[in-house]
Design a protein around this ligand. Structure first.
Ligand SMILES: Cc1cc2nc3c(=O)[nH]c(=O)nc-3n(C[C@H](O)[C@H](O)[C@H](O)COP(=O)(O)OP(=O)(O)OC[C@H]3O[C@@H](n4cnc5c(N)ncnc54)[C@H](O)[C@@H]3O)c2cc1C
Length: 486
């Protein structure tokens, strides 16, 4: 490099492959970034246009961002609460087992991503869009390194501040936020969607708009049921279900870093794993949403149904590593019909709630007991705050899923010796790995072909999975909406 020339880090990734020295790989650029940043501005398609955005998760927020900057009139309705009061409802759930169906780990400002692991990497190939989303989060107060870390991670303690700054920015751009406002029905005129019926503290309100951008996430079951009743084009979507595995983080550190993980070198992050296993007959098992140094959290949205997921703080310093271990399921497991997969999820969640004995306490099984086909009579301490009880996690899952998990864990134990040992335990169930329904949309306009004026976006529509990809889908759908004549 020429002396005196500045460079910037474009990407940094940890290289901990076995047999080679552990270190970081850097990709740098001289003086300016090669990644084009999109600066969306005014758009002629926004002139005089009003849009009702439903859902304040990443998809809805980034859609509102684009539409407001383009010059459209945007109302953003969210059934949950702003991020700070939402915390109280999480505490009621984890400490007293009391669930608020509209304000919980899935619902509220920031959506399912707010109290999450905060991983910000994605398989989306559009690098400019990824850079725009990450750059926006940095401008809203996120740590600058998320823009270049290969495995960018923000941590759920930082997200509330970022979301508050984003809200202040959007309000200044003219977005009207309505919290504790749940869409119950669509306003349809001559076959075109022209707004929604929204339940607020004052009753049912008709909110009219030129278009509705539906960004309600993968857990908005009443929305799916309403769309089905309205004959909006829907199709079932394959998904994956299973359990959440929890191991001591020092075990995972040692398995991944060898001598540098025993104890972990202070410059190394808590180690993670990503595992896959082909089970044949078009089925696979895989680990999902691994949270090093994290907590297992209760992600239920319905009373009497238990769902697990994982989160972590920026420091990733809990003594536990957790990840979903899931097996793909399809119509062979849940039958036919647009809402069949949703009914299947619900059935497993109810069985898991019963297996834990109520109050969102979860059944847990030591991995070696699970492999031996029995429940456990004692389990280790868990990060899952409503608490775990020794039992048989397999009892809440279909036989094919249990069998698939056993085969996969035995194979993974050959790669990560100890993964299948008694040190690990399984907590269940994990059912919300992705949307159970796809809300069909036109390939070009991204609008519903059955209901023009309706733009299904994000994870709930079945077109994204993860914080960044949902945000990008929100941007894409808004761009398409702006280009479609009214
Ligand atoms: C615990 C947990 C950890 C996760 N960790 C990660 C991670 O580390 N990295 C990652 O990339 N992804 C993670 N995810 C997944 C990620 O959060 C989602 O993919 C992403 O949030 C989807 O964005 P979305 O905007 O499509 O929907 P959501 O984030 O689900 O937002 C939908 C919003 O719509 C609202 N809504 C629903 N129905 C209505 C209605 N009728 N009226 C008004 N509002 C309504 C909901 O209240 C919600 O706020 C995690 C998810 C969970 C639950």
């Amino acid at each position: 490099m020429a002396p005196g020339r500045a460079f910037i880090v474009v990407r940094r990734s940890l290289d901990a492959r076995r047999g080679a020295p552990i270190g970081y790989r850097y990709r740098v650029a001289l003086e300016s970034s090669p990644v084009a940043h999109v600066h969306p501005g005014l758009h002629p398609g926004a002139r005089g246009r009003s849009v009702l955005v439903v859902g304040a998760g990443p998809a809805g927020l980034f859609a509102a961002y684009r539409l407001a900057h383009a010059g459209a009139r945007v109302t953003l309705v969210e059934q949950g609460k702003p991020v700070q009061p939402r915390r109280h409802d999480l505490a009621s759930l984890t400490q007293r087992g009391e669930l608020s169906p509209s304000s919980n780990y899935c619902f509220g400002e920031g959506g399912a991503g707010t109290f999450s692991d905060g991983k910000l990497y994605t398989r989306v190939k559009d690098r400019a869009a990824v850079a725009f989303v990450l750059g926006t989060l940095v401008r809203m107060g996120g740590p600058p390194e998320i823009a270049f870390e290969a495995r960018a991670h923000v941590g759920s303690n930082r997200l509330p501040k970022i979301l508050t700054a984003l809200r202040e920015h959007l309000v200044a751009e003219g977005v009207s936020y309505r919290f504790e406002a749940a869409l119950e029905d669509l306003v349809v005129e001559r076959g075109v969607v022209r707004g929604g019926l929204v339940r607020t503290g004052d009753g049912l309100e008709e909110m009219r708009a030129d278009a509705v951008l539906l960004a309600t996430g993968h857990s908005a079951r009443p929305v799916y049921e309403m769309l089905h009743k309205r004959a909006v084009a829907l199709e079932p979507k394959p998904l994956a279900v299973g359990v959440r595995a929890e191991h001591p983080q020092p075990l995972i550190d040692e398995l991944q870093y060898g001598k540098h993980g025993r104890p972990r070198h202070p410059r190394l992050p808590a180690a993670l794993y990503e595992l896959t296993c082909d089970l044949g007959e078009k089925r696979g098992a895989y680990s999902f949403c691994m949270c090093p140094g994290g907590w297992i959290v209760p992600c239920a949205t319905e009373p009497g149904g238990l769902v697990t997921n994982g989160m972590s703080l920026a420091r990733r310093d809990s003594p536990h590593a957790n990840a979903a271990l899931v097996v793909s399921v399809d119509a062979r497991d849940y039958g036919e019909g647009p809402l069949a997969a949703l009914a299947f999820q619900r059935k497993l969640e109810r069985a898991a709630f019963a297996a834990g004995g109520g109050g969102f306490v979860a059944a847990a099984t030591r991995v070696d007991d699970f492999l031996a086909g029995r429940g456990s009579s004692e389990v280790a301490r868990s990060s899952y705050l409503p608490g775990v009880v020794a039992g048989d996690v397999a009892a809440a899952l279909p036989g094919r899923v249990v069998e698939g998990l056993r085969i996969a864990i035995l194979r993974w134990d050959k790669v990560l010796r100890g993964f299948g040992s008694r040190e690990g335990q399984l907590v269940g169930v994990e059912t919300r790995t992705s949307a159970p329904v796809r809300v069909v949309r036109d390939r070009h306009t991204l609008a519903s072909p059955s209901h023009p004026g309706l733009y299904p976006v994000g994870e709930g529509a079945g077109f994204a999975g993860g914080i960044v990809s949902a945000a990008i889908d929100g941007l894409r759908a808004s761009e398409s909406l702006l280009q479609t004549p009214r």
